[in-house]
Design a protein around this ligand. Structure first.
Ligand code: ZN
Length: 212
């Protein structure tokens, strides 16, 4: 498909977790994460409506390897709600690592949705925490405001972007991922698994060049 996708009133851009700890120099740096900033700064000019998500963990969060003596970052353990990848401590509430990149320019963002604040539950998705039951409230917010189609960009493609896209689709929204405005971590084949999971649900991955 070569036609541009026109952006209208029912569309919103969800910018996922563009925070210092996920960028080079951060504690959970996603390779080349800083490369999303300029494309996103360009992209947001085409959207009247933008929501930001912010990973926002209390100290000692269950997703941190440091909370599990003997475990290492990037190992998977079983917790009450199933498998959970363990991460380096990251995006701790109130720390510089949890702040948005200071070169991200989205003054017109309408909502900052924080996630991952329950100490015992991680939250990759902007819609449901990792127990897959606890809602963040975002689906209700977007529905109440009348949005129909959600575009996603940000970090990391194979975790928070992927699960947010899947949940948005499950909630009945039309969903597109702007893949060249995302970067991934790629733990144990998670990039290809994400592409397959999204395409199996009919979630399209598009280039920024096709937007508006
Ligand atoms: Zn996190």
């Amino acid at each position: 498909m070569n036609e541009k996708i026109a952006i209208g009133d029912g569309d919103i851009l969800l910018v996922v977790d563009v925070q210092n700890d996920f960028c080079p120099g951060g504690s959970l740096a996603v390779p080349h994460a800083d490369e999303v900033v300029l494309p996103i700064n360009r992209l947001v000019l085409r959207f009247e409506h933008v929501v930001l998500t912010q990973d926002w963990h209390p100290r000692g969060h269950q997703s941190f390897a440091s909370a599990h003596p003997g475990s290492k970052p990037y190992e998977t353990i079983n917790v009450a709600y199933g498998p959970q990848v363990l991460w380096p401590d990251h995006c701790v509430q109130g720390t510089p690592g949890a702040e948005f990149r200071n070169d991200l320019q989205i003054p017109h963002a309408e909502l900052v949705l924080r996630k991952g604040y329950h100490k015992e539950i991680d939250s990759y998705s902007a819609f449901y925490e990792n127990d897959r039951k606890t809602p963040t409230g975002l689906a209700g917010y977007l529905r109440e405001r009348g949005f129909k189609r959600i575009f996603l960009a940000g970090l990391a493609f194979d975790f928070c972007v992927r699960y947010s896209a899947e949940d948005a689709h499950r909630e009945g929204f039309s969903v597109l991922v702007i893949e060249d405005a995302c970067r991934g971590i790629d733990v144990a084949g998670s990039m290809s698994a994400s592409r397959q999971a999204l395409s199996a649900r009919g979630v399209r991955c598009v280039s920024i060049d096709f937007i508006g």
